[in-house]
Write a protein that binds this ligand. Structure first.
Ligand code: ADP
Ligand code: MG
Length: 367
């Protein structure tokens, strides 16, 4: 899939801008704070419906304005499509509207039309940061790959909030309501757990192979750590049973602490290097290499699962690698259809790339 034209209006520091990217590599060069990351953020917004920089979407609306809009013409396997997103900043609330060919659609329907894999230096937090970041990583990849995943996740998250509210209130408990919440969490949570565990299984060999190209014989292993005790080979009904019995065991503790303690909201993607937890034992270099491998794995797994190469968004990443590593990184992806690369400067030009200069949110094709 690829984008042929992208139009921004009042997104971040942009006024009006239209960019016509090329197939293959598109490089955006500019000094700091000119709008490079902002551009990538808006492209990502069309893929995932979410910003990879912020959860406060009102921030995306240009200061002094009320409405931000981005739209793109894309060529996907199923044909040509125009995707749009507007964010209206109101006094009390922010309203986001997603459109396909000009018609508003629900989030679950929007997802997966344009798929993106993004990579920025701050993603290092995936390797060394809190489990919630890795769950978000899994959620975002799966929501793009499988439309049904997002629906399960949304329902699970809502029920979890309701259950936690009830637990916080304390006794006397409305047992019938608890039973309803638990049943929903078991159903949706088992589906999520299975999807995530299978996804990690699909990711693992890609990550191991890619890591092997960069490191001297160390082995990177990915695993899925499940609070309800997922084991390889479990199907959905086996997982539902595990979840039900884990909930029963945890009930007294959940009530004592006033919070839901088991379920996929407590799970983690584990990364180990030769059997040792990477975050604690790895050096900075090892963390970076593992992140490269993880991102390439994400890209390859998405391409394999959907039969279509996603867009690649590389924010300040290639310039951090020396030319040889940058070339090997791009090779490792196994071919991409379109990539957006930002850098303040490149020591060596990337062969075949279209180059754009960004200055104060003005984008100009320079090569
Ligand atoms: N909502 C907004 N309205 C206007 N300017 C914004 C908004 N959000 C961010 N900016 C500005 O965008 C600039 C940063 O752009 P960014 O794309 O991150 O730069 P870079 O080119 O270094 O990647 C900053 O100057 C920041 O003040
Ligand atoms: Mg930037």
């Amino acid at each position: 899939m690829r984008i042929t034209r992208i139009t921004l209006a009042n997104c971040r520091n942009y006024g009006e801008a239209t960019i016509e990217p090329q197939p293959g590599l598109n490089v955006f060069l500019g000094r700091n704070a000119q709008g490079k990351s902002n551009l990538l953020e808006t492209i990502g917004l069309l893929g995932t419906g979410k910003s990879f920089r912020t959860s406060r979407e009102a921030e995306i609306v240009r200061e002094g304005f009320g409405l931000a809009a981005v739209s793109a013409d894309a060529i996907v396997r199923s044909g040509n499509v125009t995707l749009g997103c507007t964010i209206a900043r109101g006094e009390r609330a922010t309203k986001k509207t997603l459109t396909i060919n000009g018609r508003p659609v629900r989030y679950a329907h929007f997802l997966g039309k344009l798929r993106v894999v993004s990579f920025a230096p701050s993603d290092l937090a995936l390797v060394i940061g809190a489990p919630g970041l890795r769950r978000a990583f899994l959620n975002l990849a799966l929501a793009q790959e499988q439309p049904g995943y997002y629906t399960a996740l949304a329902m699970y998250a809502r029920t979890l909030r309701q259950k936690n509210a009830l637990l916080r209130e304390g006794p006397p408990y409305d047992e019938a309501l608890f039973a309803v919440y638990d049943r929903t969490m078991i159903e949706r949570g088992a589906r999520m757990t299975l999807a995530r565990a299978r996804y990690v299984q699909a990711l693992a060999p890609h990550a191991r192979t890619e890591h092997g190209r960069w490191s001297a014989g160390e082995e990177l292993a990915l695993g899925y750590e499940s609070a309800i005790g997922y084991e390889i080979g479990d199907d959905e009904s086996a997982l539902q049973e595990r979840f039900a019995s884990a909930l029963e065991t945890a009930r007294p503790r959940e009530r004592a602490r006033g919070i839901a303690l088991v379920g996929p909201h407590r799970d983690d993607l584990t990364l180990t290097l030769d059997g040792r937890a990477l975050a604690e034992y790895g050096s900075q270099g090892q963390h970076r290499t593992a992140l490269l491998a993880l991102k390439v794995a994400e890209y390859r797994a998405m391409a394999a699962a959907t039969g279509e190469a996603p867009l690649l968004l590389l924010d300040d990443v290639l310039s951090e690698l020396d030319p040889d590593r940058a070339r090997r990184f791009l090779e490792g992806l196994g071919g991409f259809e379109q990539a957006f690369v930002t850098a303040t400067h490149l020591e060596h030009p990337l062969p075949g790339a279209a180059a754009f200069a960004i200055e104060a949110a003005r984008v100009e094709r320079v090569a």
